[in-house]
Design a protein around this ligand. Structure first.
Ligand SMILES: NC(=O)c1ccc[n+]([C@@H]2O[C@H](COP(=O)([O-])OP(=O)(O)OC[C@H]3O[C@@H](n4cnc5c(N)ncnc54)[C@H](OP(=O)(O)O)[C@@H]3O)[C@@H](O)[C@H]2O)c1
Length: 241
């Protein structure tokens, strides 16, 4: 049995391109949904009528208490800034923001949309405010915490799901490829009902094959993350960066 039996799921970034697909799927399942946005007026143009829309900025812990109060699960689908200094650097959303959400979410199941490459610090994407390092540090906070979580690492996102495209999950962050936002949204939502997805970190790719994805089978093949792990945190405690 997964983590969501009743109660709202809060989607942070629910007006975004992956987030709005997650919201749609949750509504189709009859699950109460809350969406947060930094700009509620703009988000109102995207979020379906009737869905509670609340202001929150993951960088500001005080804005999270209300939207996350009493929720069963939280999906974090936030695009980080890419500045090297100031409030729009990746550290503020992907590390401090994740920490703020963990603090406010309590025991709720947290699904984090991360990305491939996070363990490959020499990748050019790390040049933008050490995006990859901070994303990994945020992941590590989640893995080291005690609450249920699932960390989804999309490859390059596409807007369309082609026919003849299957989904492959990998672990170890060695691959490269593309994945549709539709499939990422499916992964996030199915993870909320799958005990096999709890405590896992995985990359997600489209590959040639049948598109009738069996999420239970895919999740069943995942290795759970080693308990209480957090490679970046451990490195810091041992005198690392
Ligand atoms: N592009 C790629 O190829 C790729 C590959 C792998 C992973 N990803 C990641 O996948 C995730 C989803 O991508 P997407 O295409 O759906 O992005 P998107 O359309 O830009 O949506 C991201 C959402 O993040 C929210 N956001 C930004 N800063 C925030 C903050 N400080 N506090 C709260 N919310 C904030 C924004 O919502 P509001 O402005 O309404 O608050 C926005 O709607 C992102 O983390 C992205 O980096 C992308």
């Amino acid at each position: 049995m997964g983590s969501v039996e009743q109660g709202p799921v809060t989607v942070i970034g629910g007006a975004g391109r992956v987030g709005r697909r997650i919201v749609r799927r949750l509504l189709e399942r009859g699950v109460p949904v809350r969406v947060t946005s930094q700009d509620v007026r703009r988000a109102g143009r995207t979020v379906p009528d009737g869905v509670p829309l609340e202001h929150a900025d993951v960088r500001d812990a005080a804005t999270l208490a209300g939207p996350l109060d009493g929720c069963r699960a939280v999906v974090f689908s936030v695009e980080p800034g890419s500045a090297s200094r100031g409030p729009d650097r990746p550290e503020t959303t992907m590390f401090q923001g994740v920490r703020n959400v963990l603090d406010a979410a309590g025991a709720a199941h947290l699904v984090l949309v991360s990305q491939i490459y996070v363990t490959r610090s020499d990748h050019p994407m790390n040049g933008s405010g050490r995006l990859l390092d901070w994303r990994l540090a945020g992941e590590d906070l989640i893995r080291a915490g005690g609450s249920p979580y699932t960390i989804v690492r999309p490859s390059w996102l596409t807007d369309t799901r082609g026919s003849g495209q299957a989904v492959r999950l990998e672990q170890g962050d060695t691959g490269d490829g593309r994945i549709s936002r539709e499939d990422v949204a499916d992964a996030c939502v199915h993870a909320l009902w799958s005990s096999a997805a709890i405590g896992t970190t995985f990359e997600i790719y489209n590959v040639a094959g049948p598109s009738d994805t069996n999420w239970d089978q895919l999740f069943a093949q995942l290795r759970p993350d080693p308990e209480g792990t957090g490679s970046t945190i451990r490195a810091r405690q041992n005198g690392g960066r």
